[in-house]
Every structure is written in C-alpha cells, then in structure tokens.
Write a protein that binds this ligand. Structure first.
Ligand SMILES: Nc1ncnc2c1ncn2[C@@H]1O[C@H](COP(=O)(O)OP(=O)(O)OP(=O)(O)O)[C@@H](O)[C@H]1O
Ligand SMILES: [Mg+2]
Length: 382
C-alpha cells in the first residue's frame, strides 16, 4: 500500500518552514517506505507541486509567506492542480483545521507530542483512500465503456432485425450465422467482463455497493440481449432445409463445409428420407451447424464424419472430428454457450446430446431424438 499502482514510489511533499522538523518528518515518512520532497515556503511548495507532481502534500498551516488558506487560493489562481493534502496546525487551532477541511483537506494533524505517530497513520489512511478512489474511477470508466458496447450491440441487433423483415429466404441462414458469430460473441465477451467486474467489486470497499447493483443490472441486460440473439437465430430457418428436406440439407451442409474450409466432410445418410417434423429437423440441422462451426473454429481437424440414422427408436445424428479435442472442464463450463445450446435443443425435444471429447483425440457430438408421438391432429411431415 506504500507504493503507487505503477510501482513508482509515492512522493509526499512536506511543506514546513522549520528545517529541523521538516527533516524529522522526512526521516519518519521515508522510514515507512515513502519518498519525500521538502518545501520551506508557500511559493516553493507551489512550484514543486507543479514540477514534481507529488501524490500527497503535508501542509503546515502557518508558512512564512502565506497561510494554508492563502496557499490553496494561490494554487487556484495560478491553475495548479494540487494533489490531496493533509494540514498540520498548532495546538488550539482546531477552528482553522475545520476551515481547511472545508477547503478540501483530507485530514488534519495537530502538532503536539504525538505528532509523528499520528502523521504516519493519517498518511497511510489517506493513501489507502486515494487508492480506493482510483479503483472506483477505473471501474466507473469500465462501466461507461460497457454501456457503450452494449448500446452498440443493441443497435446492431435492431438493424439486423429490421433487415430480417425484408430479406429473401435464402439470406436468412447467412444472417443467422452472422448473428451467432458476431453479435452473440460480443455479448458473451461483454458478459464475461461484467462477471469479472462483479468479482472485483465484491472485494472492494463499501462505496462500491452502488456499482455492484449497476453491474448486476448490466449482467441481466446482457443476458436478455443474449437470449434475444439466440431467439432471432432460432427463428431464422435455413432455407435449404425447407426446400430440400433434412437428408439433402445435411448432405448440402457437409458439401459446402468441405468446399469452403477444405476439411474433408463425409456424410452418411439413410437411403430413404425419414419422416421428420419441422422442430426435429431444425434442431438436428442446427446442431450439425454448431458442431461444424466449432470444428472450423477450434478443432484443427482434417476429417469430419457426419452420420444421420433413423430407426424404430427415433433419429440420431453423429458428428465426429479427428481434431485436437478439449477437456471435460470445457464441457462443464457454464460459458460454453454453444455446447449448452446443443444439449438444450435436444432436451427440449425429449432427446439427448452426448458430447464426448478428449484432448488430442477428437470430438464426437451424438444427438438422439425419440420418435415423435403423433398428436391426433398430426403435424405435417416435412
Ligand atoms: N470440435 C471441437 N474441437 C475442439 N474444441 C472444441 C470443439 N467444439 C468445442 N470446442 C471447445 O469448446 C469450447 C466451447 O464451445 P462452444 O461452442 O460452447 O463455444 P464457442 O464455440 O467458443 O462459442 P460460441 O459457440 O458461443 O460461438 C470452445 O471454445 C472450444 O474450446
Ligand atoms: Mg461454438
């Protein structure tokens, strides 16, 4: 606590006209690890405040050329930004001390027999206070930046949502990917920062309570935005799925993936198109897309095998890559939104998504959806 965040030594400017006392104060403060500078008059102190930019001033009220009050007035007049200061007054000068506190002094010390002891305690306390204030200011700045980022994301979302009303069907898939890859990523990064900030604030002094509430609000807001993004992405139905059916869509997706990214992608699909309702087809297709996206972005794989099966029990889709895999910690990470999304999609339809991975041994995503129990009115198969 005796040093600045920048690891520079904290300089305290001692303004005291008695050279003997000034030296004693300097020795005491240096003994506590602080750096000192000394000024013996008000004028000298003003010049040193400007040149040396001390972190704190210890100001004797009665200087030969001016009083403490005059010193502050002179600084204001000459546009010198004074650092925080502590005033030292003579015994019985409490009224002066109170007046100086009103003028911005952080503390006052009476020059009595306990002077040197009280002095170091006061300096320590004020420096700690300054440290907390600095951290709070940094946090406020971060919050301001996050506010702006959040606003920008919402603007982006609104612009995309507007476009959705008029874009042709085949554009939807591309936009869905854009939303997922860009907007959702930004929001998730933002949320990570906010969660970090929340953790930092939990460790700080009482003034941070208001900020903590603010961060909690921002996290809720970000969650809302993430939900919104995911909803938009879900609502965007890939045109290829509608026009060609699930089997053809899977084959098309694999072919496109292989052509675009140069990663061999083999598709094994049933001879006969299975009867798949709209929700299941969408879920399987989305999981395939998310798996391929992950492979493209994270796996460094050279081969992907996609297998779609249909039997009496239901439908299954397996996506296997020979890439670098990942640890089980990632699987449990609440921030693995993509992986969580796959499991949730399957669970919503009464199925399961089993994700298996091992570092250096590739990854397998296996989704099983049960056969739909047809309602009496029956949904038309795609
Ligand atoms: N096939 C894969 N091969 C290697 N690592 C993977 C694979 N799939 C996922 N991962 C790892 O698991 C993490 C979590 O995946 P997840 O899909 O949840 O998030 P993401 O892809 O990083 O971001 P998002 O999907 O939300 O855009 C990834 O960051 C990556 O480290
Ligand atoms: Mg992902």
């Amino acid at each position: 606590m005796k040093k600045n965040a920048g690891n520079e030594k904290t300089t305290i400017l001692i303004v005291e006209d008695d050279p003997g006392l000034s030296e004693l104060i300097a020795i005491t403060l240096r003994g506590h690890g602080w750096d000192t500078a000394e000024a013996f008059s008000g004028e000298e102190a003003l010049a040193m405040s400007r040149e040396r930019r001390p972190r704190l001033i210890l100001l004797d009220y009665s200087l030969p050329d001016m009083s403490g009050a005059d010193f502050i007035a002179a600084a204001e007049r000459t546009n010198i930004a004074l650092p925080p200061f502590i005033v030292a007054t003579g015994r019985g000068d409490e009224r002066i001390a109170v007046d100086m506190m009103k003028r911005g002094a952080r503390d006052y010390i009476v020059k009595d027999t306990q002077f040197l002891n009280v002095l170091t305690i006061a300096v320590e306390r004020v420096l700690e206070q300054l440290d907390v204030e600095r951290k709070l200011e940094e946090t406020r700045q971060l919050l301001r930046e996050h506010d702006e980022a959040l606003l920008a994301s919402r603007e982006e979302l609104r612009a995309l949502a507007d476009r959705l009303l008029v874009v042709p069907e085949q554009e939807r898939t591309r936009i869905a990917r854009e939303i997922h890859d860009q907007v959702a990523q930004d929001l998730i990064r933002l949320k990570l920062d906010l969660v970090w900030l929340n953790g930092q604030l939990a460790k700080s002094a009482p003034p941070a309570v208001v900020l903590k509430e603010r961060v909690a609000e921002m996290i809720a807001l970000t969650d809302g935005a993430i939900n919104c993004v995911q909803k938009i992405a879900t609502e965007l139905r890939p045109a290829v799925l509608d026009s060609l059916g699930l089997c053809a869509a899977v084959e098309w997706q694999c072919r496109e993936f292989q052509e675009r990214y140069g990663i061999v992608c083999r598709a094994k699909i049933p001879q006969k198109d299975p009867t798949v309702d709209r929700d299941r087809a969408t879920a399987l297709f989305r999981i395939l897309q998310e798996s391929l996206n992950n492979i493209r972005r994270h796996a460094a794989a050279t081969l992907v095998e996609v297998c779609l099966r249909s039997d009496g029990d239901g439908l299954s889709l397996t996506v296997t890559d020979n890439g670098k895999g990942f640890s089980s910690a990632t699987l449990k990470d609440p921030l693995s939104i993509g992986l969580i999304g796959m499991r949730e999609r399957a669970a919503l339809l009464g199925g399961v998504a089993d994700i298996r991975s091992e570092k250096g041994r590739g990854t397998t995503v296996e989704v099983r959806l049960p056969q739909k129990i047809k309602a009496p009115t029956g949904e038309a198969p795609s």
